[in-house]
Design a protein around this ligand. Structure first.
Ligand code: SF4
Length: 358
């Protein structure tokens, strides 16, 4: 019997998985929803190689969702340090507590309940529901969009409302309901290993005989996105203000990057400035509030790339000659700095030791 292109797709994908089940990771093939969820949260916007040690550390510190829910915020943020996108960590902790409070510590087992957890969207809900409970929900991530767009030759933008609906319906139609866990894993792995963003392995691809993009020579053009990513440049100048053995830091709040992480005294400028321009600026005078100081040194510039922003940071070490009163910042002993969670750029600065802070 001749298979339709859709039947061919699903059959070949499962066959590929049987032959090439090589992306072996500790969270693969397991049924524990807590571990699956943890891996999915850690791997959002993070490469597998980078996320793996974090996953292992989290499992070692918090083997169950109850352990995670009971952990102090600061300890969890410190364990997360370096992964970025701290909203994920905050939501993860909130979801763990929600599971304990609302579901009596038992991980919910339906797609709807899983999606009701903080920080869980349709993709993560489908991943946990299918991997842990074999529920028939198709995952839709970047890999899946790409494979479907190319194989079926779809040029509807994947980030448009219509595109999302079209791809979601197609993905769901292709899913064999009895084998949702294995199918979802197969299509994501296939996108990561064979139908890669750059230089896909069309020559060795089991789907090639029916791949529309290959036949129409549109592989490099698909998938299509409507919006171009706009990257904003930001210039952070951190004043590392010392007085005796103390430095001034604060916890970041508000609706900006790095929520709940700590930082030194921040002056954000609209464009790069030199250290002497900064020292003469009204912004610095405002924050120092009349505190006399001497300048001890300036660090090189550190760069941190986020999805929508590039952060350039420079650190100026100032020694206050009398006890400063800096609004909104707290004085902490230098030796206790390592008990606070900082964004990656500040951790890089502290490890770099370009200024004699210790
Ligand atoms: S033939 Fe190439 S473009 Fe088509 S599914 Fe296979 S790897 Fe992707």
């Amino acid at each position: 019997m001749k298979l339709s292109p859709k039947q061919f797709f699903t059959a070949r994908l499962l066959e590929w998985n049987r032959q090439h089940n090589t992306r072996s990771m500790p969270w693969k093939g397991i049924r524990d929803p807590y571990r699956i969820w943890l891996s999915e949260i850690i791997l959002q916007q993070t490469r597998v190689e980078q996320g793996l040690p974090y996953y292992e550390r989290f499992i070692a510190h918090y083997p169950t969702v109850r352990d995670l829910a009971a952990a102090p915020d600061e300890a969890v943020f410190r364990l997360w340090q370096g992964l970025g996108y701290y909203a994920r960590c905050k939501n993860m902790l909130a979801a763990a507590r929600q599971i304990v409070q609302t579901f009596d510590g038992r991980f919910p087992d339906t797609y709807e309940q899983i999606q009701s957890l903080k920080g869980i969207g349709p993709y993560t809900a489908a991943a946990v529901a299918s991997f842990a409970f074999n529920s028939p929900h198709a995952v839709l991530d970047g890999n899946v969009f790409r494979v479907l767009a190319r194989y079926f030759g779809i040029d509807t933008p994947t980030d448009s409302t219509g595109g999302k609906k079209q791809f979601a319906a197609l993905a769901q139609e292709l899913l064999p309901p009895e084998q949702s866990a294995i199918y979802n894993q197969s299509i994501m792995d296939f996108g990561a290993v064979v139908c890669k963003p750059q230089q896909p392995s069309c020559g060795q691809c089991l789907l090639a005989p029916a791949c529309v993009a290959l036949q129409q020579q549109t592989v490099a053009r698909l998938p299509v996105k409507s919006k171009k990513l706009v990257i904003r440049k930001r210039y952070f100048y951190y004043i590392v203000l010392e007085h005796q053995d103390q430095v001034f830091i604060r916890k970041r709040t508000g609706n900006d990057i790095w929520q709940n992480l700590h930082e030194f005294i921040l002056l954000e400028m609209p464009a790069p400035v030199t250290a002497s321009e900064l020292l003469a600026s009204p912004e610095l005078r405002g924050v120092m509030n009349g505190t006399p100081y001497t300048m001890q040194g300036a660090s090189p510039t550190f760069k941190q790339q986020l999805t929508h922003q590039t952060i350039h940071s420079q650190f100026l070490l100032l020694a206050a000659t009398r006890k400063p009163a800096i609004k909104d910042y707290m004085a902490v002993p230098r030796t206790r700095l390592n008990s606070y969670a900082f964004p990656k750029t500040i951790t890089d600065f502290l490890q770099n030791k370009s200024l004699e802070l210790f």
